[in-house]
Design a protein around this ligand. Structure first.
Ligand code: GLA
Length: 347
């Protein structure tokens, strides 16, 4: 197990940013930067032992700063959309930054994906890690309270990328942290993900309106192209889903506090399997619908439509405005704590 560090570049305001390389006992390797907590690469073996980088991204910090659709980043203070960027908490109406039509998306104009985190290398019996800390100040992007966040990535010797999210606040605030890697189990830049076989452990989802804001309904996936309770190729019914998949699934869970299986993805050509476990009640399955070939990634290949997919574990979108959804409010004195694991194997 090894961790090494190099300079990745500088932000526009001259802050130096690093790139950490974590290698586990089996040679699985990931590179993570403290700019946005971005997972820049993740190298895992296929069934023959051939290594590929299975996440989309860039080679340089400048490219991430210039234009990135949240490649590999930590997303916060609230992932996904909050309708019209407004919510009321304890009788006070808050107005958040609006950056997606009339709505707030992924934390606003300068979300957690665009800030520099403090980094500390950690070694635990289960693997090597990087502990990232960030203080989001009271009023940042419109959110109330000073929020201290710690996100720890651990590359375990069981070939898992494990993410621990922790936070504390001094005023009640919504919080909904997630991770935005775009995966391609055949290797980044290596075509689209429509042939990947997906299973989602979810019997229902939260339907949305034209602005992708949940209507509040929790609807069964049964008899619809949204249903992935049985493994199916991502592309098998995608033409029946307007715009492609960009849906929040309500996960089937036995125990609210423990990690449970959210998803399993299999790519036949390489034999790679990725399983996702989480303590969160939901997962956003996004099939890379907005990738349009205008961004070229690490291998120089243009990332076309559906060249990667995201499984963003989360509380449901627009929760601050939906009383029937599990609450995203963190109060002073409480500890926010969630875990998500992306586990790799071959078949
Ligand atoms: C999430 C959203 C999508 C899109 C992507 C990033 O998955 O739900 O609509 O914003 O992030 O482009």
């Amino acid at each position: 197990m090894i961790i090494s560090k190099e300079v990745f570049g500088k932000t526009a305001d001259g802050i130096s940013v690093d790139l950490y390389t974590l290698t586990n006992a089996n040679g699985v390797k990931t590179r993570i930067t403290n700019y946005g907590g971005i997972v820049v690469s993740l190298e895992v073996a296929d069934r023959e032992g051939k290594i590929d980088d299975v996440v989309l991204g860039y080679n340089s910090l400048a490219e991430y700063i210039k234009d990135s659709p949240y490649f590999g980043a930590v997303v916060g203070r609230c992932g996904n959309r909050i309708a019209k960027g407004r919510f009321t908490l304890d009788g006070v109406e808050y107005k958040l930054a609006v950056n997606n039509g009339e709505n707030h998306l992924h934390g606003g104009l300068k979300g957690f994906d665009k800030v520099v985190w403090e980094a500390e290398e950690v070694e635990t019996p289960e693997g090597v890690g990087l502990k990232l800390s960030y203080l989001s100040k009271d009023g940042e992007e419109g959110y109330p309270g000073n929020l201290r966040c710690v996100v720890t990535y651990t590359l375990t010797n069981d070939n898992e990328l494990k993410i621990n999210y922790e936070a504390e606040t001094d005023k009640a605030t919504p919080i909904n942290l997630t991770h935005h890697s775009y995966f391609n189990l055949a290797g980044e830049g290596n075509g689209d993900i429509l042939g990947h076989e997906l299973m989602l452990n979810a019997d229902s989802y939260t339907p949305v309106d034209e602005g992708l804001i949940p209507t509040g309904e929790i609807k069964s996936v049964k008899d619809s192209p949204i249903d992935f309770t049985e493994p199916a190729a991502i592309g098998s019914r995608i033409s029946q889903v307007e715009g492609g998949y960009d849906h929040n699934y309500v996960l089937n869970r036995d125990n609210e506090d423990l990690l449970s299986l959210a998803a399993r993805v299999y790519e036949q050509g390489s034999g790679r399997v990725m399983e996702v476990y989480t303590t969160e009640p939901g997962v956003q399955f996004y099939s890379g619908n907005f990738l349009d070939g205008s961004l070229a990634g690490k291998s120089g290949e243009a990332y076309g439509k559906h060249y990667g997919f995201c499984l963003e574990t989360q509380h449901f979108p627009d929760s601050p405005n939906k009383a029937n959804f599990p609450s995203v409010i963190l109060n002073p004195g409480e500890k926010y704590s969630h875990i998500t694991v992306y586990k790799f194997a071959t078949r």
